[in-house]
Design a protein around this ligand. Sequence first.
Ligand code: PLP
Ligand code: COI
Length: 339
Amino acid sequence: MKEIDWANLSFGYMKTDYNVRCYYRDGKWGELELCSEETLNIHMAATCLHYGQEAFEGLKAYRGKDGKIRIFRPDANAERLQSTCRGILMPELPTEKFCEAMKMVVKANERFIPPYESGAALYIRPLLIGTGAQVGVHPASEYMFVVFVTPVGPYFKGGFATNPYVIIRQFDRAAPLGTGTYKVGGNYAASLRANKMAHDAGYASEFYLDAKEKKYIDECGAANFFGIKDNTYITPLSTSILPSITNRSLMQLAEDMGLKVERRPIPEEELSTFEEAGACGTAAVISPIQRIDDLENNKSYVISKDGKPGPISEKLYNKLRAIQYGDEPDVHNWVMVLD
Ligand code: PLP
Ligand code: COI
């Protein structure tokens, strides 16, 4: 194998040795299978190709200083996938089977888990797709669950460094009562133009307001938003954002640190009052926000005056990473340690 430059990995696909697959046929899930083939052979009328019966997840495995391998909150991802399955009428994969698949795929690709010192991780990408043929708009009767892994570095430029974001009003990623709370591919298709606009203009990512009123903060591209002021961690309550497991973990850590935690609609204007803010997610971890520009209204909400991450964001980031890598006790029982 060609030497991997662990410290300079980007967030991209690298071929690994194995993926894990599981098929749903005749009303039940089969056994997990280890596979070394990268491609899928599916029917051209599969519902995932036409009607978007596709769900995915994203989580990470970490190699600790102690050499142990840890997967962060796989049960939470299993539950979110089940919620997505209910949302687009796909059969739910039981939590136990999901976690077993995570273990199996990580162990089989152990040589791709970045070393502790690199600060990189193994990204795990489960997907569940409708493979049964349909021409009418109906759910499939057959499904396939696949999990692959790939070693990754930071999603946003510089890792834990501040970045600028831009409010995009021309496109919505999800409708108020649409599929925003589910991790379905369609939401990401809907985000591609906004994301390109933001990147072309030199921003790290697009920033969404609520689709109905364009008044409240929704999400930060493929990450949740949080703001900090007056010793309070504030994150949006919205029917169109993905319930981030990272955000949920940060809310708990913030509370543990003695911060107040608020989940409520956040009007755009409130951006001017935050002492710190960040985008958070599995890929992003915490990506501190330097400023958020609202080009149509000629406004720029500068969050970090000196361009550096704020102290509370840094404390949260260090605490979360310490739990993920096994440097600090896992008091909330979040981590699955592989044996
Ligand atoms: N929001 C969106 C739209 C995402 O794609 C993600 C990534 O999974 C997140 C938020 C963050 O969620 P999590 O922390 O569970 O990775
Ligand atoms: C994640 O944070 O896991 C994501 O899914 C973000 C993006 C790569 C879709």
